[in-house]
Design a protein around this ligand. Structure first.
Ligand code: ZN
Length: 126
């Protein structure tokens, strides 16, 4: 009794699972940029859009390209003349009407550069 058995099954064809990493992440990691770093810092310039005050202040002179402390000049503007006119109408014409023309608080202010005398800003009382 000879049993022809084949007790050695061939499992050689069984494929092992291969972890085939595909070229999914072959891009090199991005290095740090070594270029010049642009620091988001605004230039230290005074914008003239803000209303200047009635006292000397730090303003940017476009002629000198620098920030200067403005010189202030008081001039008799519409408010000073209007106040003087009102004083005349109210009867204060014996000299009181000249008070608005003398008091600096009633005058317009002109900011000018102390270096080049350029007019930087103007502030009216009205
Ligand atoms: Zn200037």
């Amino acid at each position: 009794m000879s049993q022809s058995s084949n007790p050695s099954p061939c499992f050689s064809n069984e494929k092992k699972p291969q972890y085939n990493y595909q070229n999914a992440a072959t891009t090199p990691p991005p290095g740090y940029p070594q270029g010049p770093q642009y620091i988001s810092q605004q230039p230290n310039s005074v914008v003239l859009s803000t209303k200047p005050g009635f006292k000397s202040q730090l303003l940017f002179c476009p002629s000198c390209q620098t920030n200067v402390t403005s010189d202030t000049e008081f001039e008799n503007g519409a408010f000073a003349w209007g106040s003087a006119f009102c004083c005349c109408i109210l009867g204060c014409w014996l000299g009181c009407c000249c008070i608005p023309l003398v008091v600096d608080n009633c005058k317009d202010v002109t900011h000018s550069c102390p270096n080049c005398r350029a007019q930087l800003a103007q502030r009216s009382r009205l």
